[in-house]
Design a protein around this ligand. Structure first.
Ligand code: PRX
Length: 645
């Protein structure tokens, strides 16, 4: 496969960038022409950010799975689409060719049809990192069902809320999942999530761990049985195929829930056409992918990174995507390096938190591992500190591999600000330049563009984007107004990212982190309000306030200040009870790192918690708390300072 839209020089980057801004419709039409459309679009772009309404390739007809699979079959049918590395290195690797992927996805499509799934229905997917997860996602896309993948670390309660919000009628899950030394009982979590649920009709269960599961007659079916039935139905002369549903470019492809500054996660909705074009375009350009290379993105498909850069982007580009079931530190901290060595990985794309955690093990785990196949390294999910950047560069890339620092979000669908490997320059801890089609702007609190440089000669402000790129979110599921108020109402005619950023004299951006009440813990987004709601569910808790603080490995840790009036147990036990409550309500990923019991919280006279003060105390900046005179009871600050953990 060739990529006529691949940017191969700095000059071309500047030229393409300019054209994408001057003539966006012509530019994106020329990129979109390289995909398989059943019918070409009537209009490339229509938009306004006030509603918001964004339509790309309107009237165009396609199915993303024909682009990710069918179009490669003739020339690359026997090439590996997915290489699966299991949790346990002793277990057999599975190599899924494009032909095999086609067969499996067709079977899933027929299986879904047999179980009543139709175009537009919502299918919740709660699985471990097995190839069947990719088949499930693509099988939904093939029949036009909207998938909503939920990360395996979320609790039954979180799943129940998401099922309810999406009014999902179908679930695909596993009996269990392997994660390092643990078996996670996924089906059992689903069973808990379904207590009281009124919408779910069918649960399809793939066998991975053969953990005992309850199978409810009429509702629960085994994946293996259903796939066999489907295969028999659609096999003709040894060929298994299922016609892909024709989708409009603007038909929703998936929902992915993500945290915001309010208590309830939002269902970000992505479209079919624009998302396909953007994920492929960015995959090929950011990583400078060359046919035949092996791309290893270490994310989980439960997050947007896995959707865009394990499944859709690489497969649409006809790449080989390496899918890994385990964790970086099991059976030992050399796991990534073993995988790179064993599969001769060309591109490694991971999170700064993983790099920092592996740095902590020193160089021993790297000894004797041949990393010479690596050509390009990438990071995503959070700002990367310079120390981790240099460690990655020296010890993993051996100073020969460009590192791409890709800034983006669940809502953006794919990378927006990033260097292009070896084409545009890297700058440690800077995401650098916008992709063609992306027009960032830094604004102050009122929405005025920042024009004055700070003492370091940098512009500093809140990061917004002026115009839509093809994979911008289209809505938040079931509540368009929420989409407007969250992203398009803070500043008129701008998409607000929620991030702060710096810009240097060469136009490079450095993302400094969230400016709203959203935390980034190990590259995962968690709303402080969500964690507070969960803590407040504990019977002994009167009130709580949650803030982030710098954490050496996770980037940000969760610090909770809790007013407690229960009498049960000692302080340590109460802490454990609260952690258990958060695990139940959200999942282990939202467990606070520190819980400080306090008698009061710093509040203004109108009752608003002064988080700024709590954040400073959690960060250890107790000497400079700023103005505390507006507080209802300035005395509580002293007490909180003295009790800091
Ligand atoms: O704060 C930014 C941070 O992660 C947020 C988006 O989180 P999520 O939707 O979970 O998506 C993560 C994977 C795309 C952003 O608002 N972030 C993401 N990438 C970077 C980053 N911060 C700094 N540098 C990055 N490269």
């Amino acid at each position: 496969m060739s990529y006529p839209f691949q940017i191969t020089s700095l000059e071309q980057y500047h030229k393409d960038y300019k054209r994408s801004v001057d003539e966006p419709e012509a530019f994106w039409a020329s990129v979109a022409e390289n995909f398989q459309w059943r019918k070409k679009w009537d209009k490339v772009l229509e938009w306004n950010f006030s509603e918001p309404k964004v339509e790309w390739f309107k009237g165009g007809k396609l199915n993303i799975t024909e682009n990710c699979i069918d179009r490669h079959l003739k020339t690359m049918g026997e090439k590996p689409a997915i290489i699966w590395e299991p949790n346990n290195p002793e277990e057999r690797v599975r190599t899924v060719t494009y032909n095999r992927l086609h067969k499996r996805v067709c079977q899933v499509a027929q299986m879904l049809k047999n179980n009543g799934v139709k175009k537009g229905d919502r299918v919740c997917i709660y699985m471990g990192m097995v190839p069947e997860l990719a088949y499930a996602v693509l099988g939904c896309a093939r029949i036009g069902a909207i998938h909503s993948v939920i990360f395996g670390g979320f609790s039954a309660q979180s799943i129940a809320d998401r099922l309810d919000d999406a009014k999902a009628e179908y679930i695909i899950t596993c009996d269990g999942a392997y994660r390092g030394g643990k078996d996670i009982p996924l089906k059992s979590v689903i069973d808990d999530a379904l207590i009281g649920n009124k919408t779910v009709k069918k649960v399809i269960v793939y066998t991975r761990t053969r953990t005992p599961v309850s199978m409810i007659k009429g509702r629960d079916v085994w994946w293996e049985d259903e796939m066999d039935i489907a295969e028999e139905q659609i096999e003709k002369n040894g060929v298994v195929s299922f016609p892909a549903e024709e989708m409009d470019a603007e038909d929703p492809l998936f929902i992915l829930y993500t945290s915001g500054s309010t208590g309830k996660p939002k269902g970000v909705v992505h479209s079919s056409g624009g998302y396909m074009v953007w994920t492929t375009y960015t995959f090929v350009n950011v990583f400078q992918y060359k046919p035949g290379q092996i791309h290893f993105c270490t994310a989980d498909v439960g997050w947007i990174t896995g959707h865009s850069y394990i499944v859709y982007g690489p497969l649409s580009a006809g790449a080989t995507s390496l899918m890994f079931e385990g964790i970086p530190t099991w059976p030992d901290a050399g796991r990534f390096w073993d995988i790179v060595d064993k599969h001769k990985v060309d591109i490694l794309y991971t999170a700064p938190t993983a790099i920092r955690s592996l740095m902590g093990f020193g160089l021993e785990p790297l000894k004797g591992k041949d990393l010479s196949s690596l050509k390009i390294l990438g990071t995503v999910g959070e700002p990367i500190n310079e120390e981790a950047w240099h460690w990655y560069d020296e010890n993993v890339g051996k100073k020969k591999c460009p590192i791409v620092d890709t800034w983006w979000q669940t809502e953006t669908g794919g990378a927006l600000i990033t260097n292009l490997a070896g084409v545009t320059a890297a700058k440690p801890s800077w995401a650098t330049l916008p992709m063609p089609g992306v027009q960032p702007i830094l604004v102050d609190e009122k929405g005025n563009e920042i024009t004055e440089k700070d003492e370091n000669g940098l512009l500093k402000g809140n990061l917004c984007i002026k115009a839509p790129w093809p994979s911008i979110l289209r809505t938040t599921y079931g509540d368009h107004e929420r989409c407007r108020t969250n992203y398009f109402a803070t500043y008129e005619n701008l998409y607000f990212t929620g991030d702060g950023a710096l810009k240097d004299e060469n136009g490079n951006y450095r993302i400094t982190g969230r400016v709203d009440d959203v935390l980034n813990v190990s590259g995962h987004r968690i709303g402080t309000a969500e964690v507070e709601n969960a803590i407040n569910m504990h019977a002994g808790v009167v009130e709580s306030a949650v803030v982030g603080y710098p954490h050496d490995i996770k980037g940000q840790g969760i610090y909770a200040y809790v007013i407690y009036n229960g009498h049960h147990g000692d302080e340590e036990l109460r802490r454990k009870d609260i952690l258990q409550t958060v695990t139940r309500i959200i999942g282990p990923i939202a467990r606070p790192d520190k819980i400080q019991f306090v008698n009061g919280l710093p509040k203004t006279r109108s009752g608003k918690i002064m988080r700024r003060i709590l954040r400073k105390i959690a960060e250890g900046e107790v000497s400079n708390l700023g103005d505390t005179t507006t507080l209802l009871d300035p005395g509580v600050v002293e007490e909180i300072k003295n009790g800091k953990l």
